[in-house]
Design a protein around this ligand. Structure first.
Ligand code: GLU
Length: 347
């Protein structure tokens, strides 16, 4: 009788033991309960913060509900923790620069990236023409508009349609789900991006545009108009965190050997002319877009993505950056902290 009772108890406990194993091994946090608690705290702490203004220089972006706010964490072992409006689709904007850079790096190599695009922060706004005049490389780095348009001009492909197809397929593999372009955002930006055309022409005059400037700007405008949810953005970040393998599909989306260089550029240049302060506050490589999204990567552990349309003067989402900074500080995941999660504390 007792034996039978014991067997029943052991079998009843198996799902619990299995579940405990799953949640307890979350690589970005001490434990599941703590992670969930900090995520919720970050959300409620900044939910009523209405500082900042949504981007309106791309008219379509001004039509987005400014109150939307969502945060997601995806770990390299495929766990997902979300709070808020995480299913809302918005345009990736500047965050796309990271993934096109990854594609071009695979095609031309790390050395050529350094030589043709550079890796220095400009210390100036993302669409600065002054930066082109001041910097010897002209393009600055691949995460400002000049550098990103130059990056798009380097992308290999039979024709424009083929290049665009490759971009969409690459981004989708990183997200682990098919992504599409938001036609209304593309039309709105294409009708108003005279400044990006001017940047491309200027780069061409300096001999650092590697394709027809009009075509490069169009490709760049398309990539900025790709739509995604905060969940998908977190998955893209987690793919970087996992060395290029999507944590949900298990497929290699990105070449592993380039990931350290991509993260390094994100750390120094990913948060516009606020990147130094961001790195000081969070110790996390990140990229933001004027659509209101930010993704921060915790190498080897996971990624945090947040979305909220109101931006500060640099172009970073106010609530998204505050939420990610809060999570980084409270979860102890600053990559420069020798005692960050995953590293044993020495006595
Ligand atoms: N498509 C936007 C532009 O070119 C991207 C800017 C951004 O997100 O930083 O202005």
């Amino acid at each position: 009788m007792l034996k039978r009772y014991l067997v029943i108890v052991i079998f009843a406990c198996i799902p619990a033991i299995f579940l405990y194993g799953q949640v307890a091994k979350s690589p970005v946090a001490p434990d599941y309960t703590r992670l969930k608690q900090i995520l919720d705290e970050a959300y409620h702490e900044f939910l009523t913060d209405s500082t900042g203004t949504p981007a309106d220089y791309i008219p379509e972006l001004a039509t987005v509900n400014p109150d939307l706010f969502g945060i997601c964490i995806v770990t390299v072992d495929g766990q997902i923790f979300c709070v808020g409006d995480v299913e809302h689709t918005y345009s990736i904007q500047s965050i796309s620069k990271v993934f096109t850079l990854a594609m071009v790096m695979e095609q031309i190599g790390k050395e050529a990236i350094l030589e043709k695009l550079g890796t220095e922060p400009t210390g100036l706004p993302f669409n600065s023409v002054t930066a082109i005049e001041q910097q010897s490389t002209r393009v600055g780095n691949p995460l400002v508009n000049a550098g990103a348009i130059a990056t798009a001009s380097l992308l290999d492909g039979k024709n424009e349609a083929a290049k665009w197809k490759t971009i969409l397929a690459y981004y989708s593999a990183c997200a682990g789900e098919p992504l599409t372009m938001m036609d209304d955002v593309y039309a709105s930006e294409a009708a108003t991006n005279g400044r990006n055309h001017a940047i491309a022409r200027l780069l061409d005059a300096y001999g650092v545009m590697y394709d027809d400037p009009e075509k490069a700007v169009d490709l760049y405008t398309r990539q900025c108009s790709v739509g995604m949810t905060t969940k998908q953005l977190a998955a893209m970040g987690a793919t970087l965190a996992a060395g290029g393998v999507n944590p949900f599909t298990g497929e290699r989306a990105m070449q592993a050997t380039n990931v350290p260089q991509i993260l390094s550029i994100m750390l120094s240049c990913g948060m516009y002319d606020y990147s130094g302060t961001w790195s000081y506050l969070t110790g996390l490589p990140a990229k933001s877009g004027v659509g209101g999204g930010i993704v921060a990567v915790v190498p080897g552990k996971g990624a945090i993505a947040a979305f909220s349309p109101r931006l500060d003067a640099a172009g970073n989402s106010v609530r998204a950056q505050k939420a990610i900074a809060y999570i980084s500080q409270h979860l102890n995941i600053n990559i420069f902290d020798p005692q960050s999660v995953g590293v044993k504390q020495s006595n």
